[in-house]
Design a protein around this ligand. Structure first.
Ligand SMILES: Cc1cc2nc3c(=O)[nH]c(=O)nc-3n(C[C@H](O)[C@H](O)[C@H](O)COP(=O)(O)OP(=O)(O)OC[C@H]3O[C@@H](n4cnc5c(N)ncnc54)[C@H](O)[C@@H]3O)c2cc1C
Length: 389
């Protein structure tokens, strides 16, 4: 993709954020409803196929573009950005690990035309957020399979056209011998098992669902999920989530900046005391962005070699990625909190133009989307065996 085509995708995202997702964001949040108008706009502009290579009809966007699109959407509606981000994680898993198979090439070409939204079903009743462990299993019969899974949290489960689901390879496989399988519209039902009335990210509509599905064994990715997870699902998640959080953090800082400017205008020639606080929060936003950028550059280098660099499966790389998620999810809450303190009561009120309620509530999801303590526990184990450089 040319540079101008790439930047036009980001322009499109900016426009959807400003004109469609942003104006609907408070209603989406208040009603915990799906941001259907933003999804329709993304489909109209072919944003759902942004990461699909050009030879299959997609825009051939880079991972950095995806993070920037997530950021642009996240400035206006965290839920819309997260839906875009989660869909792209699924697309990236197929592009990186199954594009060598005709079935998946056809699927991706079809996605370009139909702009299907792909949901993710990794969480499961009984294993919680432990993505590398499954209870449910693929049951094969000749060329076909059936798969039943009790998911604890499936974003836009009622709106997804297709799903990528983790499961044990077979009923006799151990919990960590997993595959990733695509289940398609018309071949599955999602029976909602509970409500979605959370604190933030309300528009993601991430209720618990019981999935009942069937399909052809061609729909099972051949690469083991352990590889897909370490090479793509985890890193891409952390990058596009980070993009979303940078967008959310920018929304908070821009409200704080507008508030401080208003104070300065009210007393010309003086620097309001809140300007000092603003000067303190801006470097935190910069830190969030630069730490993501640095690791993203490294990832692009590692994934672009053929075969992808072994370093992607290394302990040291896993630690770096986990640290990005841990520090980013703490920084975003810190930034939103500081913006609230700058705006004071104007930020605390829900009906003020400086309101930070939605931003702050959305920001808290960052630490839970894979629990930070779960990640710290994994890091602790890895640090015990990591050899010094
Ligand atoms: C907005 C949002 C959207 C989501 N969308 C999806 C989706 O589309 N698809 C999907 O599959 N999932 C989705 N999830 C689920 C998410 O990926 C995690 O699975 C889920 O948030 C974890 O739920 P939990 O905190 O209840 O469970 P757990 O991960 O089991 O954690 C429970 C508590 O135990 C702690 N804990 C767990 N294990 C350890 C350990 N080993 N050491 C120390 N502490 C530990 C955790 O830190 C946490 O405090 C979404 C979550 C959110 C918030």
């Amino acid at each position: 993709m040319t540079k101008s085509a790439t930047s036009s995708l980001i322009e499109i995202a900016r426009s959807i954020g400003q004109n469609i997702a942003g104006p609907a964001a408070n209603d989406v949040d208040e009603k915990a409803r799906f941001p259907i108008e933003a999804l329709n706009a993304m489909k109209e502009q072919s944003l759902l196929s942004a990461y699909i290579p050009q030879y299959l009809g997609g825009a051939g966007a880079s991972l950095r573009d995806l993070a920037m699109i997530s950021e642009e959407l996240g400035r206006h509606c965290g839920a819309t950005a997260m839906i875009f981000a989660m869909h792209q994680i699924q697309v990236a898993c197929i592009v990186h690990h199954a594009v060598d198979r005709e079935y998946f090439r056809n699927y991706l070409s079809d996605l370009v035309h139909n702009q299907h939204l792909i949901g993710s079903v990794t969480s499961e009743l009984g294993v919680g957020g432990e993505m590398r462990s499954s209870i449910c299993a693929i049951e094969e019969e000749a060329e076909n399979f059936i798969l039943v899974k009790d998911s604890t949290t499936s974003s836009y489960g009622a709106y997804a056209d297709d799903l990528l689901v983790t499961a044990r390879k077979s009923p006799s496989s151990p919990a960590n011998d997993q595959v990733l399988v695509l289940v398609k519209k018309g071949d599955f039902t999602m029976a909602q098992n509970g409500n979605w009335n959370p604190m933030g990210m309300r528009g993601t509509c991430s209720a618990p669902f019981k999935l009942t599905s069937k399909g052809n064994i061609d729909q099972i990715l051949k690469v083991p999920f352990s590889t897909i997870s370490s090479h793509t699902m985890v890193p891409v998640s952390h990058f596009v989530w980070a993009g979303t959080w940078v967008g959310t953090a920018r929304a908070a800082v821009s409200k704080a900046r507008a508030f401080v400017r208003g104070q300065a205008r009210a007393k010309p020639g003086t620097v309001p005391p809140t300007a000092l606080r603003l000067a303190e929060v801006v470097p935190l936003l910069q830190l969030l962005r630069t730490s993501t950028d640095a690791l993203l550059s490294e990832y692009e280098r590692l994934i672009s070699s053929y075969p992808p660099s072994e370093e992607l499966s290394s302990i040291s790389y896993a630690l770096k990625l986990n640290n990005l998620k841990l520090s980013g999810s703490e920084l975003i809450v810190e930034i939103a909190n500081r913006a609230l303190n700058i705006c004071g009561v104007a930020g605390y009120k829900n009906d003020s133009k400086f309101s930070l309620g939605r931003v702050l509530r959305d920001a808290h999801a960052a630490a839970l989307m894979v629990g930070n303590d779960r990640i710290l526990h994994t890091n602790a184990g890895m640090l015990l065996v990591l050899k010094d450089d």
